[in-house]
Design a protein around this ligand. Structure first.
Ligand SMILES: *[C@@H]1O[C@H](CO)[C@@H](O)[C@H](O)[C@H]1NC(C)=O
Ligand SMILES: *[C@@H]1O[C@H](CO)[C@@H](O)[C@H](O)[C@H]1NC(C)=O
Ligand SMILES: [Zn+2]
Length: 457
């Protein structure tokens, strides 16, 4: 069945005429080369791409098939050099900012116009796989190569970005590079304070990796207004939907954003035998009640898009014969609707103080992060839709439940994301996998989207 569908698509592809399908989709410009480009002229070298993915995976602090590539480690530095070399040999102009965000630019004929950017990350959490993020960097370079091979010349410049530290592994800050590019406040003071588990400071770690890093250079990282007219990220889905439904391309319409909470309850503790029930103020039970309240408040929204997780619950002193005198819990709340998510947080906060009062325990309630979700730009969604149609690929709209650098790029540029299927939705584990066919489809859709956006006035 799948083979038959592939055959039909293959035959269809040869009948697709870019100019006629163009006029059917007003999102596409009529001018500037696109009409001249048949979708079957776009050739992705998926064999070479797979070699690059495998080679990049060998820069790792854990043994294959797992990948561990932590910010500013030797493996990370080698990966950076590898990406810069690839950009260079694709004819891109390479530059790096103060925290090591890497940019490869293909100068457009209208070099003053805001550029079209694409990219992702190459850092990898401990014992993870070789596709998360990597697909959006190596794939973007291959999309550029594929466009270049057709003879296409961009009007707006095209840029490939490799973001520094999307994963929070080393310093506890996720999307570090894109947060800085987006000019988020308080980043400088956070980076001045943070140390890794070996008590190495951020500037020291950067210096070891060869970055002439001074906290002052951080001030030059934020993007100037109108640097980009669009940002598109290609990524594996990290969920099972596309594979289960046999769909080639996921078109992301919104990215859910997490808020994280840290809650501490403190009571008096005591001997598990000696202190009778009426005179206890058990911090552990307060935490247990709050965990249930989190679930209750999330379910009360009656929205499938709202999720809440109590992933950490620690009791002190943690002995079977001791009443918990302190409890620490950490809560993750996500939604694509910021107001609804924030209202859940408010309800949780009210519950926490109600529980603390009733149980006579002290409460410390801290909202650690509360990033706004992001909606994709309609123009970019349309460009991805048209590109998929042009290539005869099935597609569906979806929400990104994980967050990406795109969440922060959305603050400084219109944003969109392209998802491709991955094996069983596995991610952040060594058996993460995307087929060469799916990779190739995603790269073609990215290439045609970049082409359309670059030509767009
Ligand atoms: C495009 O291809 C030409 C010819 O092979 C090459 O010289 C150039 O560096 C490539 N890349 C770009 C971005 O122009
Ligand atoms: C971490 O390093 C700082 C500065 O070098 C030092 O003052 C502090 O004592 C260290 N902390 C630990 C836990 O080693
Ligand atoms: Zn990722």
């Amino acid at each position: 069945m799948k083979k038959l569908a592939a055959l039909v698509i293959l035959i269809l592809r040869f009948y697709v005429d870019s100019c006629t399908s163009d006029s059917a989709h007003p999102g596409y410009p009529q001018s500037s080369g696109f009409c001249g480009l048949q979708s079957d002229e776009l050739i992705v070298d998926s064999f070479r791409l797979q070699q690059q993915i495998d080679e990049l995976a060998s820069f790792s602090d854990s043994s294959a098939p797992s990948v561990t590539r932590i910010l500013y480690s030797e493996a990370d530095v080698r990966a950076r050099r590898y990406i810069k070399d690839l950009m260079d040999s694709s004819g891109l102009i390479v530059r790096e900012d103060g925290v090591g965000n890497i940019f490869g630019r293909w100068e457009g004929s209208d070099s003053m116009a805001p550029a079209i950017a694409t990219g992702s990350h190459t850092d990898a959490i401990p014992f993870s796989g070789k596709y998360d993020g990597v697909v959006g960097v190596l794939g973007a370079i291959e999309a550029i190569n594929a466009l270049n091979r057709t003879g296409f010349k961009p009007r707006r410049s095209l840029e490939v970005i490799m973001f520094t530290s999307e994963e929070p592994t080393r310093f506890g800050i996720s999307c570090l590079g894109s947060r800085l590019l987006a000019g988020l406040p308080n980043m400088k003071s956070s980076l001045e304070r943070v140390v890794d588990k070996d008590n190495i400071s951020f500037p020291d770690a950067a210096a070891i990796a060869g970055y002439e890093f001074a906290l002052e250079t951080l001030l030059e990282v934020p993007l100037k207004e109108d640097t980009y007219a669009a940002f598109v990220e290609l990524h594996i889905e990290q969920g099972p939907i596309l594979e289960e439904e046999g769909i080639a391309i996921g078109i992301v319409t919104a990215i859910a954003a997490p808020a994280s909470l840290k809650v501490d309850f403190r009571g008096d503790g005591g001997h598990a035998g000696a202190v009778l029930m009426p005179s206890r103020n058990d911090a552990g039970l307060a935490a247990a009640e709050l965990a249930l309240a989190v679930e209750k408040h999330v379910l009360e929204t009656q929205s499938a898009d709202t999720v809440g997780t109590t992933g950490v619950l620690e009791l002190y002193p943690g002995a079977v014969n001791s009443i918990p005198s302190a409890a620490h819990i950490e809560i993750d709340i996500r939604d694509i609707d910021e107001q609804r998510r924030n209202s859940v947080i408010q309800h949780i906060k009210v519950s926490a103080s109600e529980i603390a009062t009733r149980r006579h325990v002290h409460l410390d309630f801290q909202i650690v992060t509360q990033d706004p979700p992001a909606a994709s730009s309609q123009k970019i969604v349309k460009a991805i839709e048209s590109a998929s149609q042009q290539l005869g690929l099935t597609s569906k709209h979806m929400i990104s439940r994980a967050y990406h650098d795109s969440l922060f790029m959305a603050r400084v540029s219109p944003m969109g994301m392209i998802f491709i299927p991955c094996y069983r939705g596995y991610s952040h584990r060594p058996d993460e996998f995307a087929s060469r066919e799916d990779l190739s489809n995603g790269i073609k859709v990215l290439a045609l989207s970049l082409l359309a956006l670059s030509s767009d006035l």
